[in-house]
Every structure is written in structure tokens, then in C-alpha cells.
Ligand binder design. Structure first.
Ligand SMILES: [Zn+2]
Length: 227
């Protein structure tokens, strides 16, 4: 096994519709909402955990690549050295054959511009959205508060993709990088975080550049090329 280098994508994540990534209810402050978003415990700023981005990308790619088993479990080591899921996202068993996880996604912090909005301009980037449950007989609505990062907010985005030569087919990791780009496109087409089916969590990757600073466009996927 030989480390050959890495690819990198950096840019911004633009929140298109309110984003709800749930925080820890255990540490919720008294008088806080029932459904808080995750925030940095020191600065209290909202952020997007890299694990949320990576987990959603993985799940969307597993669906598109037909890697979902009948139980709906996370795809586990399937024994295929060329499996994009096992190779890109890693596998708990048989690492020796397939090598370490290729994809690293950093936690996405607010861009400096949006940190300034909080700390200098005193603008809250968090809203409370009320979702109603409607009683079928009385037609009475029971509101349920949901915290969201407001649309228009921007976070810094950084993704690292490590390339290894596993003594198999030299350029396989390079070739599989296209699935990472597909995953980002699927993420834009789908939603991130909670309440996606009720309008939350549409995001867009903007100003993406690669490790050489060259612009990267996430072009729409041609039908049928991703299997
Ligand atoms: Zn696999």
C-alpha cells in the first residue's frame, strides 16, 4: 500500500431553505426550544458537522448504486475491492484489503462574513419555525417549535480525498473520485438535516475550487451513468 496524494475541494455551503441539524437535547438550556440545532459549545455558533454531510452523501450514494440491503442497514464490507462505497467511505472490516477511508469532510464553520453578522451586527442566524400537527377531529393545530439556520447563511466547506495505491489497479482511487462529486450533486438535489420532506435543508455548494485553486463545477449527472 502506498500513499499517492490527495484531492481537495473547498468552497462554501449556501443554505437555500432553513437547515435543521439536531443538537444535543441533554445540554439544552432552560427555556430553550424542544428541537435545538447543533452549535459550537464555546462560541454558540451553528455549524454543520462533517459527519452529517458525509453520512447523507453515503446514504444517497448507496441508494443510487443499489447497495441497500433489505434490512436498510448501512452498507458493510462487500468483498469487492472496487466498491465505491467501501473504498470511499471506509469499512470496519478487512481494511487491509481495501485501505483506509478515502474521504474526510471537515466540520463546516460559518464563513467570516456570517460570523461578523452575529458578533458585530447582532443578527441571529437562527429562527424558530413552528410545525403544526393537526388533530383530525377538532382540526386544532398543535405547534411544535423547530430551530433552523436561516436561508442565505453560508458555511465554509472543505473535503479531502486521499489516494492510495493498493497494489490493485493503480488509478482506481482517482477514478472513483467521480462518485464523490456525484454525492455532492445528489446532496444538492436532496436535503440535509431534519424535516427535509417539510421544506428544510436545501443546500448548494458554491465557489468550489480544487487543490490547485481551479474552479470545480458540479455539472448535472447524466441519466444512467452512475451504476
Ligand atoms: Zn462495498
Amino acid at each position: 500500500m502506498k500513499f499517492k496524494g490527495y484531492k481537495k475541494l473547498s468552497g462554501k455551503i449556501l443554505i437555500k431553505t432553513g437547515l435543521h441539524i439536531g443538537g444535543n437535547v441533554e445540554v439544552i438550556e432552560i427555556g430553550g426550544v424542544d428541537n435545538p440545532i447543533i452549535k459550537n459549545p464555546i462560541t454558540n455558533e451553528p455549524y454543520i458537522p462533517g459527519s452529517s454531510l458525509k453520512g447523507k452523501m453515503r446514504s444517497l450514494l448507496e441508494w443510487r448504486l443499489n447497495k441497500i440491503d433489505t434490512g436498510g442497514n448501512v452498507h458493510s464490507w462487500c468483498g469487492n475491492n472496487d466498491c465505491p462505497i467501501c473504498r470511499i467511505f471506509g469499512t470496519s472490516s478487512d481494511e487491509a484489503k481495501i485501505g483506509p477511508t478515502r474521504l474526510i469532510i471537515r466540520d463546516a464553520e460559518l464563513t467570516p462574513e456570517y460570523k461578523d453578522k452575529i458578533h458585530r451586527e447582532g443578527i441571529s442566524l437562527v429562527e424558530i419555525k413552528y410545525e403544526n400537527t393537526i388533530n383530525r377531529i377538532t382540526a386544532r393545530a398543535t405547534p411544535r417549535p423547530l430551530e433552523r439556520v436561516i436561508a442565505g447563511t453560508e458555511f465554509n466547506f472543505e473535503l479531502i480525498y486521499r489516494i492510495f495505491d493498493m497494489n490493485d489497479q493503480g488509478k482506481m482511487d482517482e477514478d472513483l473520485f467521480k462518485y464523490v462529486l456525484d454525492g455532492l450533486i445528489y446532496l444538492q438535489q436532496d436535503t440535509l438535516g431534519g424535516s427535509g420532506s417539510r421544506g428544510c435543508g436545501k443546500i448548494e455548494f458554491v465557489d468550489l475550487v480544487n487543490e490547485r485553486g481551479e474552479p470545480v463545477n458540479l455539472s448535472p449527472i447524466k441519466k444512467g451513468n452512475s451504476t
